[in-house]
Design a protein around this ligand. Structure first.
Ligand code: SF4
Length: 505
């Protein structure tokens, strides 16, 4: 069946195993139905936010990526100049590690396709001029800017900051950390909508064979036995939302991308086909748990008590969904994977976010951690009077070109220094906006005496390889980032026609 002339098309297919050959056939049929053939610089982006033991359900499985790569080769009529797989993984660890641990390295080797660890590529500038943008320009890795046929292959998962992570949200992986962490706060949804101006996928295929519920780094596996494909990111996300019973207009970043003209959300405007009906897909996903839980509730019943005041007024929100509170939820889940006795080991701890004005139920021997630049508190910890000042700097003072990045080693050293200085104090303050998952994880690991995640030799090897490659590149004149107009491929979005706000439900 050929796609309709006007409507974006989403295809829902049954697939109950990670069999790369089976996936290849399904994807090839999807490409055929959509009338798509890869061409020029073809770039496949899986979601490799984190991989390895304990994180099996967090990333796009290698069999899936391999099936996609093989199907793209099947559909090539000699128009592909390059076929590559690229990604920037999460929580400031080197992408080399995630490629290796996920098995994606092996896919690239077997299939003889190029791989791009995005942080090791030149970062180029993408100007923005639309109304409501957070900034006037963004940076993205050069292979993304230059792609002609972009294939987005996310993992079907819940997300603690943005409810879900489907096609639109996976774009956080098309920025290196230095640029990614700017606006990764209460404005995260706006940021994701802005990232849509960098590139639009020609094709999307999501790994929903085993989906992930509840969390993003350590999701609870949920067999959906589905592969969903499409040719428009908003329409695609809308169908994925519908599958789990979510109104796509209520997921801020998806609604914003729609309002900016990136595609429809209403099912009336989307052609849906495949060997699984939308109704059947919904039944498979019945009761699917998304990730939005406020931090106070999240820690109920544990030795950690969380207190969350609002972020600065200029953010226009009463809770920072995209920043520090969500990061601690992911940090504790990662530690639980590494140490099953974590909750028993954790001493009484108070974690405080935003402008918190209430009391802290602090007993002798407890500790408190004030987290984030916007943390603010005037009050008592037991008998001690404490004054924590707001350090938040408005986002308009931060420039993506001049902002300093900090890699995992820098963050670890800074955090260990802070912990050492605060060893005999009732409280410490973690600064940053946001304070990353990695930093919060190190603090929780130290206080609980949990198994130390930094002793991973494989991570150290990847880190050293990354740093060596970058040092060698700089000797040959490679610049980390370049200002000014960048070469763009055909996947650059064109002719966005914003939808009138009244059209949104
Ligand atoms: S410091 Fe943290 S909680 Fe405060 S605005 Fe920034 S990201 Fe949000």
């Amino acid at each position: 069946m050929r796609p309709s002339e006007t409507k974006p098309h989403v295809i829902i297919r049954h697939c109950d195993s990670y069999d790369a050959e089976r996936i290849r056939v399904i994807i090839r049929e999807g490409l055929e139905t959509l009338g798509l053939r890869p061409h020029g610089r073809t770039l496949v982006k899986p979601n490799l936010v984190i991989a390895g033991e304990g994180f099996e359900y967090a990333f796009t499985r290698p069999e899936f990526t391999e099936g996609v790569v093989m199907a793209l080769k099947d559909r090539d009529e000699g128009q592909m100049q390059e076929l590559a797989v690229g990604e920037r993984c999460g929580i400031t660890i080197p992408s080399r590690l995630a490629f290796k641990e996920s098995g994606t390295d092996g896919v690239c080797k077997r299939q003889k396709v190029k791989k791009y660890y995005f942080e090791e590529q030149r970062q180029v500038e993408i100007p923005l001029s639309h109304e409501g943008r957070l900034r006037d320009y963004l940076f993205t890795p050069e292979p993304v800017a230059k792609a002609d046929f972009f294939v987005n292959c996310p993992k079907f998962k819940a997300h603690p900051w943005t409810t879900v992570t489907f096609g639109n949200k996976a774009y956080i992986g098309i920025q290196d950390d230095r640029h990614r962490l700017i606006d990764h706060d209460a404005k995260l949804d706006e940021k994701i909508a802005d990232l849509q101006y960098i590139i639009q996928p020609s094709f999307l295929a999501i790994d929903a064979i085993v989906a992930g519920e509840g969390r993003m780094l350590t999701p609870i596996p949920r067999d959906l036995n589905l592969i969903i494909m499409g040719n428009n990111q908003c329409a695609f996300d809308a169908v994925c939302c519908n599958i789990i019973g979510l109104n796509p207009y209520q997921v801020d970043h998806i609604r914003m991308a729609h309002e900016r003209g990136f595609g429809p959300l209403s099912l009336d405007e989307i052609e849906v086909s495949g060997d699984v009906t939308l109704q059947e897909a919904k039944q498979r996903a019945d009761g699917f748990e998304v990730g939005l839980i406020r931090v106070e509730k999240y820690f109920e019943g544990t030795n950690i008590t969380a207190y969350a005041g609002p972020p600065p007024e200029t953010e226009g929100k009463d809770y920072c969904w995209g920043g520090c509170p969500g990061a601690i939820e992911e940090a504790i889940e990662m530690l639980r994977q590494m140490d099953e006795k974590l909750d028993e080991k954790m001493p009484r701890l108070h974690v405080v976010f935003g402008n918190y004005q209430g009391a802290i139920d602090f007993k002798p021997g407890d500790r408190a951690v004030f987290i984030g630049d916007c943390a603010q508190y005037e009050g008592k910890l037991g008998d001690e009077l404490v004054s924590i000042k707001n350090l938040y700097r408005h986002r308009s003072t931060l420039d993506p070109y001049t902002i300093k990045g900090e890699d995992i080693l820098g963050k670890a050293l800074k955090t260990y220094r802070l912990l050492s200085d605060g060893k005999h104090k009732s409280h410490i303050r973690l600064s940053g906006c946001p304070v990353s998952v990695a930093e919060q994880l190190l603090v929780l690991a130290r206080y609980s005496n949990a198994n130390d995640p930094t002793r991973d030799a494989s991570a150290a090897t990847s880190y050293l390889a990354w740093k060596s490659v970058m040092a060698l590149k700089s000797l040959t004149g490679h610049k980390y980032q370049v200002h000014g107009p960048a070469e763009r491929g055909e996947a650059k979005p064109e002719g966005m026609v914003p939808v009138a706000p009244g059209d949104a439900e």
